[in-house]
Design a protein around this ligand. Structure first.
Ligand code: DGJ
Length: 733
């Protein structure tokens, strides 16, 4: 059993392999947080909660004259607004009489094996014996509002997922203006750092580390998507924690819309971490008898640094978040025509790329934007999901047959959530877009956002996309989203429910994904939003891989993929080798370096293969063979960040280790060549200390123990010229 309840003390203990989480039903029935960290060896941690008479921190009325008992200073599990806790609350409800105090106390709990599916939302899942659930119901005796807190313990994976279901048992409508998924209090919050991943289009997920300070540090998005600008994955770690040392906590939001994730250090140095739907623009009308389920947060603790924290998330995302046949199957090496042709293509051009690619070990052609409606440029056609037969003469079926005849699969691009002003769909249904009455709306990339909160819009898209997918042997879908939400108003909802749209939009997107992935289980779906603008655990539930960034420059990708790797597995990272000079930066990098960086991801190509020299084509043959041979190691192995951009600006290195530790692959890129440079030593990790590993670096052969390699390091040869790279394959003998 991973979940224990101690009747006499009211303490709940949740155990995973390397972590423990404790809370208790405290005085007056308030649910208090006690501890989250390494295994505590069976001791209850109630002694960590201290009380004192604190001025200006009020006391619940039924605490009598005990001025030391205050919700403003006690650690809690799900703090409600209006209870005397002035810190960030998890829940704010406005009742029919206009009051907004909620007083949540313990009502009941249940423990069971398995995990209930979160209705209409993505969530982690587990097989028989893999997950146990604790549900604790808190309720407000006066108003009848209740909260069922869910704790799902994936003991082997060291993951605990949390969510909350708010139920209105008041008999009257209630407005929920704030509802978070998780709140975590640390009685002693001193000496922590908060790591967030900020960015912009074409430079996503840069690691940023800030000492926690009094007040708050917040990562958030109100763009209607998790966004390029901040990612809904954050880490709290002890000061100085590095890849191998230190206590770290990761929080991953299983949601792709607006979010808030904050770290708040209060007046007494207690720390509150919180995560959930951003309250800005959110207001949910909960009618009598109705429930609202929050999205899920996945929590992980590592006492062995950031590297182990990431590996735990990687395993859980791969095995307990991704679903369907493509969770475990080797994904095809693809060539995408976007950077090869942009909008300027026809069937012959595509077949030519496929023909060349099929000779080189590439397995799938992905036809990107431009194959449908009136889509000669990015200003028209979105929403009209019918084949443009001027470009694809003979239609999609014919193109597919020609590509399949070469032994290649065919994939296709959609941007389902969008509509161009210049499209038949928009002309027929101008009310299907998000737009406030009387306003023209904000254009972005010359397109509007469809109102995904509407059932008729979701039905239309399901039928239109299904028609295309059924019309030919389509093996893959790239699901793009190229602008953010503005003018968030739905013609379908009454005035009092407009605050529900951001979330209903996401529910509509998820419903469409669920229906399509269910109807086409063999199709591999790849997420995308102008690159990595919706790279989150919510999307991974439906799309086991996500295009990581529109920046395909190998050197920029080092940083983007480094940041991405903290919360997401390599098998999820869409990465392609593209042409030089690179289209985003103009940089010229060696062909093999571009391949090596793309192989720290799903690996594919995005350039006109027919323009490659014979030598480059030979390299492609070798690269595809190498990737296939090492697929299990790369996409299913343990990933180690051997360097970081801040610490090692002149070179980058990472490593994959097989689960049995018998094989490892070290990848090295010398970013910036220097005259008379010092020697660089790499320190691989994760090897069996007593194992003996054979490997070659340039022409030098080695046979060393794992301990010797990990302790002493491997000296790198001095590579002449910028952006040179090499790989080292270690094999236990
Ligand atoms: C943005 C994507 O990230 C690109 O890869 C490409 O698909 C374009 N959209 C097409 O419009």
């Amino acid at each position: 059993m991973a979940i224990h309840f101690h009747e006499q003390t009211g303490v709940f203990i949740l155990e995973t392999q390397h972590s423990e989480y404790q809370m208790r039903i405290g005085r007056l029935g308030y649910l208090q947080h006690l501890y989250y960290g390494g295994p505590a060896g069976g001791s209850e941690m109630s002694h960590l909660v201290r009380q004192a008479d604190r001025g200006f921190s009020g006391n619940p009325y039924d605490a009598g004259e005990d001025r030391t008992f205050s919700l403003d200073t006690l650690p809690q599990e799900y703090p409600a607004f209006g209870s005397g806790d002035f810190r960030e609350s998890s829940l704010r409800a406005v009742y029919a009489d206009g009051s907004s105090d909620t007083d949540l106390r313990y009502r009941s709990h249940s423990i069971f094996s398995g995990k209930a599916v979160l209705k209409d939302l993505p969530s982690f899942h587990g097989g028989e014996g893999e997950v146990e659930t604790l549900e604790i119901v808190l309720s407000d005796a006066l108003t009848g509002l209740s909260v069922a807190l869910q704790y799902n313990v994936f003991a082997e994976k060291d993951i605990i997922t949390r969510s909350a279901v708010i139920k209105n048992e008041s008999g009257q409508p209630v407005q929920i203006s704030r509802v978070l998924s998780c709140s975590l209090d640390y009685a002693d919050g001193k000496g922590y750092e908060y790591i967030t991943f900020y960015g912009r289009h074409a430079m996503e997920r840069n690691e940023e580390r800030t000492p926690v300070r009094h007040g708050e540090i917040v990562a958030s998005s109100i763009r209607g998507a998790s966004s390029h600008q901040q990612n809904p994955f954050v880490i709290l770690c002890e000061q100085g924690a590095d890849e191998e040392h230190g206590r770290c906590y990761g929080l991953s939001f299983v949601y792709s819309g607006n979010f808030i994730a904050g770290a708040q250090l209060d007046q007494f140095d207690s720390l509150r971490l919180y995560m959930g739907i951003h309250p800005e623009g959110f207001n949910w009308l909960l009618k009598a008898g109705e429930s609202f389920a929050t999205p899920e947060v996945a929590l992980c603790y590592s006492g062995e640094g950031l590297g182990e924290l990431s590996r735990r998330f990687h395993r859980a995302c791969r095995e307990n978040l991704c679903r369907g046949v493509w969770r475990d199957r080797r994904r095809p090496i693809l060539v995408n025509n976007w950077e090869a042709t942009y909008f300027d293509f026809d069937d012959d051009k595509l077949v030519k790329i496929a023909q060349e690619a099929s000779q080189l070990g590439i397995e799938m052609l992905v036809m990107d934007d431009g194959w449908f409606g009136k889509r000669e440029a990015d200003v028209s056609g979105l929403g009209d999901w019918t084949v443009n037969e001027k470009k694809l003469r003979g239609g999609l079926g014919s193109l597919c047959e020609r590509v399949n005849a070469l032994g290649m699969k065919l994939g296709i691009w959609f941007e389902p959530e969008m509509v161009s002003e210049d499209s038949d769909l928009y002309r027929a249904h101008p009310d299907w877009v998000l737009r406030s009455p009387g306003r023209k709306g904000v254009r972005s990339r010359c397109q509007f956002v469809l109102d995904m909160s509407r059932g008729d819009v979701v039905d239309y898209l399901f039928e239109a996309i299904s028609r295309v997918l059924s019309s030919a042997n389509i093996a893959y879908v790239k699901w793009d989203m190229n602008r953010h939400l503005t003018n968030v108003f739905s013609a379908k909802l009454p005035a009092g429910q407009q605050g529900e749209i951001y979330h209903r939009y996401m529910l509509g997107v998820y419903e469409l994904l669920e229906r399509l992935t269910g109807a086409f289980p063999e199709v591999l779906f790849e997420g995308c939003s102008g690159g990595g603008g919706r790279f989150d655990a919510g999307m991974l539930y439906y799309t086991p891989q996500i295009w990581c960034s529109d920046d395909t420059d190998a050197i920029e990708r080092l940083q983007i993929q480094y940041g991405t790797s903290f919360g997401y597995p390599i098998s999820a990272v869409g990465a392609h080798l593209s042409a030089c000079p690179n289209h985003q930066t103009g940089r010229v990098t060696p062909f093999d370096t571009r391949a090596l960086v793309a192989m720290a991801g799903t690996f594919g190509y995005e350039l006109d293969i027919s323009r490659l020299s014979p030598e480059e084509k030979q390299q492609v043959r070798e690269q595809t063979a190498f990737f296939k041979k090492n697929y299990a190691l790369i996409s299913g192995g343990d990933y180690y960040r051997l360097t970081g951009p801040a610490k090692n600006p002149t070179y980058a290195a990472w490593e994959f280790v097989s689960p049995d530790r018998g094989r490892a692959l070290v990848c090295y890129v010398a970013i910036h060549a220097q005259a008379n440079a010092a020697f660089t030593y790499l320190y691989p990790r994760g090897l069996r200390p007593q194992g003996r590993y054979a490997f070659t670096v340039s022409d030098e052969q080695y046979l060393l123990t794992g301990a010797a390699i990990m302790q002493g390091g491997i000296p790198m040869p001095r590579l002449s010229g910028d952006y040179r790279s090499l790989t080292i394959e270690l094999e236990e003998v």
